[in-house]
Design a protein around this ligand. Structure first.
Ligand code: MLT
Length: 202
């Protein structure tokens, strides 16, 4: 028994990198399967359900208010999820995955990059914000990170997503940060950027 409820789809193209799919608040382990198949056809898909319930809505860590995180829980849950990734890699015979996270799922992926850099080969972070105010400085050399932010996102100030991109760059990740004239929801341009970015991975 692995430690998270999850969906798993084996690779049909073993040369493609596995994806770790991380849903937003109120989503579940089926939410991002179709997106994962679209942006990286043939990749193995590993898609856990967040263990925290906020008014019945699954999430990956606790928050005190919208955009205000319980950082002790962020740390605990990022480590717990990294442990799950290690278990799943053994069980399914996978390389380190590339995270594909939206909103709360992008935030836990960012926390994993900072706290457990070996857990992920890279990450596509859609509408991510700074998950920890004082994270340790990780070495992310060789890891590609795509961040796509919304200029009019009511939850994430542009300054905040810029700060996350800067801190990942300072940790030597290969960061591509795009800010679109859109809100918190995903747009067609997000999809185009992901298709391009995933096409050169693996
Ligand atoms: C979070 O709690 O991670 C962010 O506020 C994004 C969200 O899930 O709404």
């Amino acid at each position: 028994e692995l430690s998270f409820i999850h969906r798993y789809e084996p690779a049909s193209e073993p040369a493609r990198p596995p994806l770790l799919l991380l849903h937003g608040t109120g989503g579940d382990e089926t939410d991002l399967l179709a997106l994962g198949r679209t942006v990286s056809p043939g990749s193995a898909l590993l898609s856990p359900r967040g263990k925290i319930l906020e008014n019945g809505m699954p999430r990956f860590f606790r928050r005190l208010a919208e955009g205000v995180f319980d950082e002790e829980d962020v740390r605990f849950r990022a480590n717990e999820l990294a442990d799950f990734v290690a278990e799943a890699r053994k069980a399914y015979g996978l390389e380190a995955p590339i995270a594909l996270g939206f909103s709360n799922g992008a935030n836990i992926a960012a926390a994993m990059l900072m706290l457990r850099p070996d857990a992920l080969a890279g990450a596509a972070l859609l509408r991510a914000m700074v998950p920890l105010q004082d994270a340790p400085k990780a070495d992310l050399t060789g890891k590609r990170v795509l961040m796509v932010s919304g200029l009019m996102d009511p939850i994430i100030p542009v300054e905040n997503s810029n700060r996350l991109a800067a801190s990942l760059s300072e940790s030597s990740a290969d960061v591509q940060h795009e800010t679109l004239p859109t809100g918190h929801g995903l747009s067609q341009t997000d999809l185009q950027l992901m298709l391009k970015w995933f096409a050169v991975s693996g």
